[in-house]
Design a protein around this ligand. Structure first.
Ligand SMILES: Cc1cc2nc3c(=O)[nH]c(=O)nc-3n(C[C@H](O)[C@H](O)[C@H](O)COP(=O)(O)O)c2cc1C
Length: 187
């Protein structure tokens, strides 16, 4: 376990993938490592995992809405990345990677990524045929060229009976990658 996550503020974005359940373990590991974790769920992610799963794990409210009622003085897309050390999107869907690579901010998590001034990391998760798709690869390459760190995906068993490269990296590996990246970042 990296000591460099202790006391750090980690924004954990979760998108609509079967691997979303692994994000709960990731959140737990980050909290155990001493990080303050702010979780943002996309609407699709909230169909796989609930804010009720994450809130007790991170001991904080969970962000799901761009337009909150009543309107807060500081909108969530600015409050969430404020003072953050890193934004990690795990799992990152093909759809989200496409939106991010286009610089769109049409949902809360995408807008948080645009507003963040700290390092961004994504852990893609998708069917291997999606990952191999030239359009997805172009979008990932674009993100890399913008300085985004990509961890995985790994080769292995996917949902259903398929096997191939598309499996999200394990939460422990993602924590290690976050720690390694934060060690290199001067605070
Ligand atoms: C059962 C199910 C599993 C899915 N798993 C994935 C996945 O692992 N990766 C992916 O890129 N999309 C997956 N999708 C499609 C996404 O949920 C869909 O593209 C959605 O628009 C993603 O939205 P978001 O990126 O805003 O979270 C899945 C859809 C369903 C119904």
């Amino acid at each position: 376990m990296h000591t460099s996550i202790g006391g750090r503020v980690v924004v954990l974005g979760v998108t609509g993938s079967i691997a979303a359940y692994k994000a709960a373990t990731l959140a737990r590991l980050l909290v155990k490592g001493g990080a303050q974790v702010r979780v943002v769920l996309t609407p699709a992610a909230a169909r796989f995992v609930s804010a009720h799963t994450f809130a007790p794990l991170v001991g904080r409210r969970i962000y799901t809405e761009m337009f909150e009622e009543p309107p807060p003085a500081v909108p969530a897309h600015l409050e969430v990345p404020h003072g953050a050390d890193i934004v990690v999107v795990a799992p990152a869907s093909a759809d989200f990677i496409g939106r991010m690579s286009a610089g769109l901010g049409d949902d809360l998590l995408a807008a948080v990524c645009l507003a963040a001034t700290c390092p961004l990391m994504i852990a893609p998760a998708m069917h291997h045929q999606m990952w191999a798709n030239a359009m997805v690869q172009r979008n990932v390459a674009r993100l890399v060229s913008c300085g985004v760190t990509v961890i995985g995906p790994e080769q292995g068993e996917l949902a259903g009976r398929d096997e191939g490269r598309g499996r999200m990296s394990e939460p422990e590996e993602i924590v290690d990658a976050i720690g390694a990246l934060l060690e290199r970042v001067v605070v």
